[in-house]
Design a protein around this ligand. Structure first.
Ligand SMILES: [Zn+2]
Length: 189
């Protein structure tokens, strides 16, 4: 199969995906679907391969989130057919994805996820943001506080104060104060 050789080249080119997305809230990098599809597209077209995607909506239901909001949950399966434009040979990949959204994007999210996982499985792409991963190789939890970080603001002058000072002041003066403002308050009690 000539397409086999071409797919090996695509697999080699797509072995790793760029981490082009950044979650500023949880502070980790990830591969966006757009970045992933752009790289696959580049590798496929370089080999003269084209793709056709067939999506099937398997499930669409109303769900209520833990906060009581109504959302839609969709499950989509995709069949990706990759065809060699020179020989007409083809192979197919399949993928399954789910998506949830308060607006009208649940199906689109499910479809994008399904397509992503069809390629990850089909091309054996190494993803560092593997949803099954529990080793946390990209997600870094927030650092543990050692007591010196400025966690509070002085109620007197607005200067940053650390946890120890804040707790001490709250106990003695009933409000967070920096060392200087504590002195200005005079001796407690
Ligand atoms: Zn102060």
């Amino acid at each position: 199969m000539a397409i086999g050789k071409k797919l090996v080249a695509v697999m080699a080119a797509c072995r790793y995906m760029p981490q082009d997305g950044y979650n500023s809230f949880q502070k980790y990098k990830y591969t966006t679907a757009a970045g992933m599809f752009a790289k696959i597209n580049e590798a496929m077209t370089a080999e003269g391969l084209f793709t056709q995607v067939e999506s099937t909506l398997l499930e669409l239901r109303d769900v209520t989130t833990s906060k009581g909001n109504a959302e839609k949950h969709a499950v989509v399966s995709v069949k990706v057919t990759i065809t060699d434009s020179e020989t007409g040979e083809s192979v197919t990949f399949t993928g399954l994805g789910s998506g949830q959204d308060a607006g009208d994007k649940s199906i689109m999210k499910a479809q994008t996820a399904a397509l992503k996982y069809a390629y990850i499985g089909g091309l054996c792409i190494a993803m560092s943001d593997d949803p099954e991963s529990d080793s946390g190789n990209t997600y870094q939890p927030p650092p543990k506080l050692n007591g010196n970080e400025l966690v509070d603001k002085c109620a007197g002058c607005g200067k940053g104060i650390n946890q120890k000072v804040s707790e001490y002041s709250a106990k003695k003066y009933g409000k967070p104060l920096c060392m200087d403002c504590q002195k200005k308050q005079g001796a407690p009690f």
